[in-house]
Design a protein around this ligand. Sequence first.
Ligand SMILES: Nc1ncnc2c1ncn2[C@@H]1O[C@H](COP(=O)(O)OP(=O)(O)O)[C@@H](O)[C@H]1O
Ligand SMILES: [Mg+2]
Length: 435
Amino acid sequence: MIGIYGHGSARDQICCLRLVEELGDDFKFYDGGTNPALARAAWSVPAQQMSAHDLAQACKADGISLMFVTDALVLQADTVDILAKEGIQILAPSRHAALLEGRKSLMKKLMVEAGVPTPDAWIASSADQAKALLRENWRDGHRYVVKTDPLITDAIHRAMVPETLIESLQDVDEEMEALHLAHAPEQVLIEQRIDGFETSVHVIWDGETYVLMPPVRDYKRVGDGDTGPNTYGAASVACGRGFAPELDRQLRERIIEPALNHIRNAGYAYRGFVYFGVMLCDDGPVLLEINVRPGNPEFLALLGLLKSDFADLIRHAANGNLAVADIRWHEDSYCGAVFAMGEGYPQTMTPPRAIISGLEQALSEGYTVVEDVAATDDGAFVVSGGRVAATVALGSSLEEVRLKVLDRLSAIEFKGKHFRSDLGYGIADELFASA
Ligand SMILES: Nc1ncnc2c1ncn2[C@@H]1O[C@H](COP(=O)(O)OP(=O)(O)O)[C@@H](O)[C@H]1O
Ligand SMILES: [Mg+2]
């Protein structure tokens, strides 16, 4: 029996749908959130009021042998450690290993030690110190990004990419304020800004063996042509053929293998997904960050490309025998996902609670997942945040996927709905293996 515990993100939901399809009654979702499509599912267990100890007892009573957790903030707490102590197998990092994502300064230190290419960075423990560093170093050809060291929910203020020195000084203040509000240590990273093409490199790891997943690109900017402010992720597209051979080699040799080896040697190994945020630069791939769980919306596209059993993949990783897993991808396909976003998002995180039509039908067809949706007392769906619902499609060309996703998305309507219509935009030819 496999379980997922989470807040019911679109990523949780897509994993649930797949596991229910494969496992039927041998799957349960422990619901720590407010996703109404998950709350009403027969395989869903309300867990909003449960302590981690209650959750462990409920899992044991239900016969759960393996628990999968993907929620970044849950991973920063002790839930996974408590479940593990109760003898439940876990596909996720321990709280200690989750610091790889929870503290950017730790990730940076380890990656420098490992010899992984990553932009130079300083750690500043006060706004004055950060601003002095920026004033001293900002000049032609030397620009910097400002990032909070601890992981905070506020993804808009977590990493800021200013265009001018003046802007960068304001960003320091905004980040310090966001850290203060989050009761987190008030420390920021000032990191050298680099140019290139960004890609999300996902691997599944059993602590020894890793499997590289297909290349996936996520679209962070709200508008077509990568315009407008950053969102939490507006769309994603993945290619089953894999990375181009030379890039595949560089990613493994320069980033994935030295990083995983050093993470293991430093005592941070775990069984689960590792997501490397990578910038492809003129002289090769450069690491920007490590996440200890799959990306959202990247995983919507990646899971759609997995041809073999997902449950089987999860079990092999959790058992430490990925080396003998039979993993197959839809090699001749692309998979994409696009979010319908609420009015005014991401300038506002609380769009008007517009009524959503067509969602019930879309959900019944199986390629729609929701994230920021609430149910009213009379059973209607309303917008409750920025990323409302996403549709997913598989196809043999980028254009086919784009049209299919948008057609499916057009069935879901609400006032102020907006979305990226340019899936496939800006895909660098050198990213994917040739057909
Ligand atoms: N050194 C850098 N140079 C250029 N762009 C960067 C750099 N670091 C981060 N970015 C941009 O900012 C985004 C967010 O940064 P990231 O380190 O991934 O933080 P997080 O995902 O925790 O918010 C990246 O996806 C990338 O687009
Ligand atoms: Mg990131």
